[in-house]
Design a protein around this ligand. Structure first.
Ligand code: BTN
Length: 245
């Protein structure tokens, strides 16, 4: 049985252990109301981007939000960036200096502490889900080779308090799903970008392109200055020069 409570516009369903809050939301698309959140103390099958595992031990924050109808689908990457920015601001208020690794990782001292996964669909109705995982106070044991090591944010905020703060910031920053979530915060995201002003390689769709990180655009695209001029990317994975060797 899930315990529920309200915070801001959101109805939060608190679970103990689930396979994945993402699965719970996807299975609840018909039955859960608009602006629902599923959070759990543990996930046994947490999933990250590109089919990766999201290791989810006790102590971290794991949640997925549901919006129905979905915001315009082109806003999905913007919601992810906004949520990552919101987490950065929370961390900064407590004296930490996080960075945003495009498209949606939060990095602390070179280690990944949080990730976001946004999805939308049209069956059985128009829906949007965004899941976020934040490693709190202990570093999860992530199997396999990853470009960035896992880290954690050491804070006295518990997972529930952090969730409520993030949801309330999201309400304040993005009250209307039909407006661009990044409106007014493009600069705030750009100035926190990991490797800003440095050379990276972007991979994806069979291409590898080198360029200097310049910022993001209004649609959340990454702007790189390359040998052939400015280029904007809507998807891809960033690698540093060292990652390639
Ligand atoms: C990534 O960086 O690869 C995205 C990670 C997203 C993890 C969260 S935890 C809550 C929700 N449930 C999941 O199974 N995944 C997302």
């Amino acid at each position: 049985m899930a315990e529920t409570y309200r915070t801001g516009r959101w109805l939060v369903h608190k679970r103990d252990s689930v396979d994945s809050t993402r699965n719970r939301v996807r299975e609840g698309v018909s039955s859960l109301p608009d602006l629902s959140v599923v959070t759990a103390r543990i996930q046994t099958e947490g999933r990250g981007r590109l089919g990766r595992i999201w290791v989810s031990p006790v102590g971290g924050l794991y949640f997925s939000i549901l919006m129905k109808p979905s915001p315009p689908s082109e806003f999905a990457p913007c919601v992810s960036l906004l949520c990552s920015l919101i987490l950065c601001r929370e961390m900064e208020e407590q004296g930490f200096s996080p960075e945003l690794k495009w498209p949606n990782d939060v990095i602390l001292q070179g280690k990944k502490v949080a990730g976001v996964l946004a999805e939308c669909g049209s069956s059985p109705c128009s829906w949007f889900s965004m899941g976020m995982g934040v490693n709190l106070n202990s570093v999860p044991d992530v199997p396999g080779r990853t470009h960035l090591p896992a880290g954690s944010w050491n804070t006295e905020l518990g997972a529930e308090e952090l969730l409520n703060r993030l949801l309330n910031r999201l309400d304040a920053r993005w009250p209307d799903r039909n407006t661009n979530p990044l409106s007014g915060v493009v600069k705030d995201v750009s100035q926190r970008l990991w490797k800003l002003g440095e050379e990276v390689t972007i991979t994806g769709a069979g291409e590898q392109i080198k360029g200097i990180v310049e910022g993001i655009g209004e649609t959340g695209a990454l702007i790189l200055s390359t040998d052939s001029g400015e280029r904007r990317f809507v998807s891809g994975e960033l690698l540093t020069v060292q990652d390639e060797s």
